[in-house]
Write a protein that binds this ligand. Sequence first.
Ligand SMILES: CC(C)(COP(=O)(O)OP(=O)(O)OC[C@H]1O[C@@H](n2cnc3c(N)ncnc32)[C@H](O)[C@@H]1OP(=O)(O)O)[C@@H](O)C(=O)NCCC(=O)NCCS
Length: 228
Amino acid sequence: MILKKLYHQWYFHRSLDHPASRIASLHLAWRSDAYVSPRASVYYPGRVVLGRGAEIHDYAMLNYRSGPGGAAPNLFIGENTKIMPHAKLVPQQGWIRIGRNCSIQYGCLLYGVGGLEIGDDSRIAAYTIMTPMNHVFADPRAPIRTQGETAEGIRIGRDVWIGAGVRIVDGVIIGDGCVVGAGSVVTKSLPPFSVAVGVPARVLYSREGGPPTGTGAAAPATGPLDAR
Ligand SMILES: CC(C)(COP(=O)(O)OP(=O)(O)OC[C@H]1O[C@@H](n2cnc3c(N)ncnc32)[C@H](O)[C@@H]1OP(=O)(O)O)[C@@H](O)C(=O)NCCC(=O)NCCS
């Protein structure tokens, strides 16, 4: 019993080791031409690639428990992109790639299981959550945790504004130039330049004019998800 307790303390302390993650922040700041707050929590800094002028602010969390996936970089943050306080970027066994000049605002939670891409110049408002993964739950008699997962990934285009508290589920592609209203839940892909709101998100109109193009009706601006 005591041994088991000690083992648990040791096992979780490995990744919850705050002094170590502070050192990781310094390591990342040292080898990047970027700002990394000493109050940010950085795990596996060798897997993080920061563009010039990127900013990682107080209490942001990078790469929590993403170590078992290997040593290759899995979190890419582009030039001049700002990761604001309490935002959490968690690639886990996948990857997250954020372009240039983006902002990831306070308290966002971005997972990367099936791959998550955010294009240049996009703004992700506070407390948005992106979850590129689903649990399989086909068998009602078996525990969901034993049934595996599916993960297609999420792609957000360039110059997209995601409002505060939005949820985006797996498989969604949001085209270039879209605006998504605060509190929306995006369950289907949005054509480029759509303004979409609600639960589930529906297209109100196109920023390019003309009638609403309809949720998920048109092909996305870019090709299928991949790990470029
Ligand atoms: C979507 C948004 C940008 C407004 O766009 P707009 O084109 O000016 O839309 P309107 O205000 O004219 O609203 C059009 C309709 O959508 C509805 N609507 C607007 N925003 C909505 C939202 N977030 N959720 C649900 N419905 C919404 C309006 O009530 C209105 O409905 P109605 O036609 O039945 O009256 C704005 O409402 C929004 O959600 N902004 C995000 C703010 C934010 O999160 N800021 C974070 C700081 S970066």
